[in-house]
Design a protein around this ligand. Structure first.
Ligand code: ADP
Ligand code: MG
Length: 282
């Protein structure tokens, strides 16, 4: 499969004021991301997730090592527009991402900066707003919308640039459960349309549908694999002070009670199946 992102020995340090030491936020990260894949990244606060995200679209440049996005080196000044167009980012707080007083202008902002024809921009804006189910809000003022609706507008703004990759940095952290579900549904649909999705989140239920889960810990990749592979190592995850999906927790408890439940069950349906199988054996 085509690698759309290649990260080699990435070290990133934030420089501190004079006298104090630099902060090493990423410590030798090596990753390759398949085109069209859906990768979830989890890790406790300060583990380097946002720093990694910003290194994926040239908002931050490696201190050491390299990041290639669709063949472009993020450290190469001449590539920055190519990279920004290919790798869009959605952040936690929608209020910080909206720039205009009318929804459609906001969504048009990115493509306008790319110098795209007005006719094409209009088409893209309409399509992007439909993709996030916000078509009827086209002429509304963003500040009158709910947090979830604002986040959908922010996503539309990124979608309108036709990126190959979208990096979501805790996009649902400020939303209520209903808003979270809507955003997740949109992310899944964008993935189905072929966009490479990288989702940073601390909600376990948002991780279990990913192709791949990466756990960051102290600037390093602690675990990397399918959700099944990663959550089979519940002890390692707990040592990193992270929660595990509720079904993994339940599986552990049932095993302690002596039930023969296989490791790595992460979804409700799988647990039901395992329990039914036990029942039929008895
Ligand atoms: P996460 O997103 O996983 O919470 P971050 O990437 O934001 O982690 O932070 C990783 C480390 O880098 C933390 O120790 C954090 O304090 C530090 N850090 C993040 N942003 C800055 C910054 N702008 N200046 C200095 N240190 C920073
Ligand atoms: Mg963060």
């Amino acid at each position: 499969m085509e690698k759309i992102i290649t990260i080699d020995n990435l070290i990133f340090e934030y420089s501190k004021s004079e006298g104090s030491e630099n902060i090493r936020a990423l410590d030798c990260v090596n990753l390759e991301i398949d085109e069209g894949s859906f990768t979830a990244i989890i890790g406790k606060n300060g583990s380097g997730k946002s720093t990694l995200a910003k290194n994926l679209n040239g908002l931050l440049i490696p201190t050491e090592g390299t990041v290639f996005v669709d063949g472009y080196d993020t450290a190469d000044d001449d590539s920055i527009w190519e990279i920004r167009q290919r790798a869009g980012m959605v952040f936690q707080n929608p209020d910080n991402q909206l720039v205009s007083s009318i929804v459609e202008d906001d969504v048009a902002f990115g493509p306008e900066n790319l110098g795209i024809e007005p006719e094409e921009i209009r088409r893209r804006v309409d399509k992007a707003l439909e993709d996030v189910n916000m078509g009827q809000y086209k002429h509304k003022a963003p500040h009158l919308l709910s947090g979830g609706q604002k986040q959908r507008i922010a996503i539309a703004g990124v979608v309108a640039m036709k990126p190959k990759i979208i990096i979501f940095d805790e996009p649902t952290a400020m939303l209520d459960p209903k808003g979270r579900k809507e955003i997740m549904k949109i992310i899944m649909e964008l993935h189905k349309e072929g966009i490479t999705v990288i989702l940073i989140t601390h909600f376990m239920e948002e991780v279990i549908d990913a192709d791949r889960v990466i756990i960051m810990h102290e600037g390093k990749v602690l675990l990397d694999g399918t959700p099944y592979e990663v959550f089979s190592q519940a002890d390692v995850i707990r040592k990193a002070n992270l929660d595990v999906p509720i079904m993994v927790e339940l599986g552990d408890r049932l095993r302690k009670e002596g039930l023969d439940i296989p490791q790595g069950i992460i979804k409700e349906e799988e647990m039901v199946k395992a329990l039914c199988q036990l029942k039929s054996q008895n």
